[in-house]
Ligand binder design. Sequence first.
Ligand SMILES: C[S@@+](CC[C@H](N)C(=O)[O-])C[C@H]1O[C@@H](n2cnc3c(N)ncnc32)[C@H](O)[C@@H]1O
Length: 199
Amino acid sequence: MSSETRTLDNVKDVILSAHMNLSPAEKVEFYNTWSENYDKDVSLLDYRAPLLAANLVSAHFPGERGAALVLDVACGTGLVAAEMKKHGFGRLVGLDGSKGMLQLATNTGLYEDVRQCMLGEDQLPVTWGGLVCMTTRSNRDNLLYKACLEQQLKIMEEEGLWSCVTTTEVEEWERAVSADEEGYIGGCVYIYRVSDVKP
Ligand SMILES: C[S@@+](CC[C@H](N)C(=O)[O-])C[C@H]1O[C@@H](n2cnc3c(N)ncnc32)[C@H](O)[C@@H]1O
């Protein structure tokens, strides 16, 4: 189906097929196949995550934004970067496991660098000072993934790689798509600071 004729029901079908317990590799492959329609589809979902994430980064960053380096983890097509630029952040690096999504992120011209990286498998390239922004859904079918992510973030904090600036639950992330959920689902934004520049 062409992206011009897509409806919210089409988008719900796509999302529900991926909200099941997919392996990380399957999830990334799903995003490869969805990448072309992603931006249009998430606008039908009233996807507010990029706006909410950028607002939080901005609220927690008192310094000069033009030179601040922000690592946008699971950057997708670059929607978070577009919002970050509106707040004056000048230096963005995007990471994602999906080549298809990364290609679109590259095409935006918003990132000074984009890198393919599999979360949970590859080490995050947090070898420089800066802020790290990550997001995930907080609805029921994502709770296991969310708990694993948080455990991983905590381990990295205990290893001294970074410190948590904020973990903030936010409402009205995007429209609910499951039959047992109504209205909007929530999400969570994680912001970390990599304080030491490492060799
Ligand atoms: C819901 S999209 C969010 C993209 C972007 N942050 C946004 O708000 O539009 C999730 C992104 O996470 C990426 N992703 C999912 N699992 C991943 C993994 N294990 N490693 C790296 N990227 C992953 C997908 O390829 C996809 O681009």
